[in-house]
Design a protein around this ligand. Structure first.
Ligand code: ADP
Ligand code: MG
Length: 356
């Protein structure tokens, strides 16, 4: 983000932060500073005391190596807050870190926080309450695809349709927007985590090799793909042979991993096709110009945009820095709050702390 002296000055007297509370990663974007926190949404807890041991990156590194009294929690795993207390602990920790990073004492922040489309009123309230409970002065909710579209620079205020597909860890969100509203949307619990699981299953079935989720994720990053690569690759993978019980290293190819991922990729393709089926022809015509924008970490899967263009006959492009799109887009709300605050999601009546 370019340095803006006005924002910097404002930042001395107030604190505005945008949070992308993702199923895989949490990003915190501080107005005037940019993204200051980018860590996995993971917490390790002491099982008996229900106390956190580590949060963020440190917690993710512990995965697969924890003793029996330690449990690993991903409080947002499926895109909604399944563990309210842990979510609040995590938010408190990240907001606290923003305060720690400052040399001058900071006021309690105004917070814009992303929520998936189609969440229930109860879930919205849970996100709102967790944010307020974590020390926010005011909390505002913003639908993630709108944040992603803003972050990707899509013209969502115009009378033109655009489409964002945000592929995260736990969920894939497909949204078609026009005139700052969502025209059609789909939310799918098939995304990056499911792909990691596909790789674990594939290697177990084909080679009797048991690998951890963390290793599977690294295999996906290095040689995972959704479309034939210009030059196919191979990589060595370490695990335990399930027959002998002994450690083993095998060589796998990108062709094999593509086969492993094909089921999940196809589900994503079909869901987008489904959403396209539902939208008015005027918007389909707009999409022929604008194409489909991919955001979220899953957008980085090699060949995914080629595969989607091939199947959907539309141009498909990856947003710049897809992993930070939602956090950057949510932060833009503060840059023009009077005009853009109408994009925020209201909570239904009955809330005493309602501030939207
Ligand atoms: P969320 O918004 O749910 O927190 P993110 O947008 O942060 O999710 O994306 C996280 C997902 O993106 C993870 O499943 C991760 O493995 C995946 N991912 C990140 N980089 C790559 C890559 N280079 N190739 C494939 N998948 C990737
Ligand atoms: Mg996300």
């Amino acid at each position: 983000m370019a340095f803006n002296p006005i924002n910097w000055l404002l930042g001395l007297f107030s604190l505005d932060i945008a949070i992308d509370l993702g199923t895989a990663n949490t990003l915190v974007n501080v107005r005037g500073k940019g993204i200051v926190i980018n860590e996995p949404s993971w917490v390790t807890m002491d099982k008996r005391l229900r106390q956190p041991i580590a949060i963020g990156l440190e917690a993710k590194e512990m995965v697969g190596r924890t003793p029996s009294n330690v449990m690993v929690v991903r409080p947002l795993r499926d895109g909604v807050i399944s563990e309210f207390d842990v979510t609040q602990i995590m938010l408190e920790y990240f907001i606290g870190k923003v305060h720690e990073q400052s040399v001058v004492p900071l006021p309690r922040p105004r917070v814009v926080i992303g929520i998936p489309t189609g969440v229930t009123e109860v879930e919205k309230r849970a996100v709102y309450d967790a944010t307020m409970g974590a020390g926010a002065r005011q909390a505002f909710l913003l639908e993630e695809p709108i944040a992603a579209a803003l972050g990707a620079g899509l013209p969502i205020g115009e009378i033109k349709g655009s489409m964002v597909v945000d592929i995260g860890g736990g969920t894939t969100e497909v949204a078609v927007m026009s005139m700052t509203g969502v025209v059609a949307s789909r939310s799918l619990r098939v995304a990056g985590d499911e792909m990691d699981e596909d790789i674990v299953q594939y290697l177990r079935n084909k080679y009797n090799l048991l690998i951890g989720q963390g290793v599977a994720e690294k295999v996906k990053w290095s040689i995972g793909s959704a479309f034939p690569l210009p030059t196919e690759k191979t990589m060595e993978v370490r695990g335990r042979n399930l027959v002998t019980g002994l450690p083993e290293t095998i060589e796998v190819s990108s062709v094999e991993i593509r086969e492993a991922l094909s089921g999940s990729v196809q589900v994503i393709v079909d869901t987008i096709r489904d959403a396209l089926d539902e939208i008015p022809p005027e918007i389909v015509a707009d999409l022929m110009d604008l194409g489909i924008c991919l955001a979220g970490g899953g957008a980085l899967l090699q060949g995914l945009s080629d595969r989607l263009s091939d199947e959907l006959k539309l141009r498909v492009w990856v947003a710049e820095d897809p992993l930070s799109c939602v956090a950057r887009g949510a932060g833009m709300i503060f840059d023009d709050f009077d005009r853009l605050s109408r994009l925020l999601v209201g909570l239904e009546r009955g809330s005493t702390r309602h501030s939207v």
